[in-house]
Write a protein that binds this ligand. Structure first.
Ligand code: DX5
Length: 232
């Protein structure tokens, strides 16, 4: 399976990672296959519990179902309270990475140790109001830091430009400490904001409504995002 974090940041490719939150759920399997055919190497599954965020979406069963139909890297974004209760289940379901929110993890170090013990990748997401210093003490357990560029819960929201400074600051920390950590961004990523976040240091661009929408095919949307992200 993919090991997307084992290379030096400087030569890492920019990955467009479609989020299924905005996919047509009446044909989710087809939409995932369309992303794969367009060239996606990973998809993000937005798990929401109606408590950590004001929306309810997918569970372990969706991961099991998608694991069965695609070899793509399954990046599971746990927008839930008490994620530590569900780590093993999501790993068994087929997740290749589990992203937990720092804001939902009073014992973040132990939670990340648990994910590492499941032999899959770790991710920590930071909401727009959460500073980078909240990651002090766990850097060595983190494969991906996901900077939320919207307040989580829904697709199609406006990009929060103030997060560009946070991405730049994170890039500087990673470089200064020679850490093997990738920067993902999630929320409001489209052909306009993609070059901005790449310029700031992101290499994983999670995109939902700019990939899955009624305006164009998944392939056309995905390739437009790739082009815009590589314009930098
Ligand atoms: C949090 C979700 C969304 C989703 C992408 O609300 O995590 O950010 O993945 O949504 P878009 O790309 O439509 O903003």
């Amino acid at each position: 399976m993919f090991n997307l974090t084992n290379k030096k940041e400087s030569i890492l490719p920019i990955l467009i990672e479609p989020s299924i939150l905005s996919a047509d759920l009446t044909r989710l399997g087809e939409q995932v296959r369309e992303a794969e055919a367009a060239g996606a190497e990973a998809i993000q599954i937005d798990v929401m519990d109606g408590r950590f965020v004001p929306n309810i979406t997918f569970g372990q069963g969706t991961v099991v179902a998608l694991r069965a139909i695609t070899p793509m890297f399954l990046d599971v974004h746990l927008m839930i309270v008490e994620p530590e209760k569900y780590l093993t289940e999501f790993a068994k379901a087929g997740a290749n990475r589990l992203i937990v929110h720092q804001e939902a993890c009073p014992h973040l170090h132990r939670t990340l140790q648990t994910i590492r013990g499941l032999h899959i990748e770790t991710g920590v997401a930071l909401n727009p109001g959460t500073p980078l210093c909240m990651l002090e003490g766990v850097w060595d357990l983190v494969d991906v830091v996901q900077i939320m560029t919207v307040n989580p819960g829904f697709g199609g929201q406006a990009f929060i430009h103030s997060q560009l400074d946070k991405i730049r600051a994170l890039r500087q920390i990673i470089t200064a400490r020679s850490m093997n950590i990738r920067i993902a961004v999630d929320g409001g990523i489209d052909v306009t904001t993609a070059p901005l976040v790449v310029e700031a240091g992101a290499t994983i661009l999670v995109a939902g409504s700019s990939v899955y929408n009624k305006k164009a095919s998944v392939e056309a949307c995905f390739k437009a995002l790739q082009t815009s992200a590589h314009r930098v």
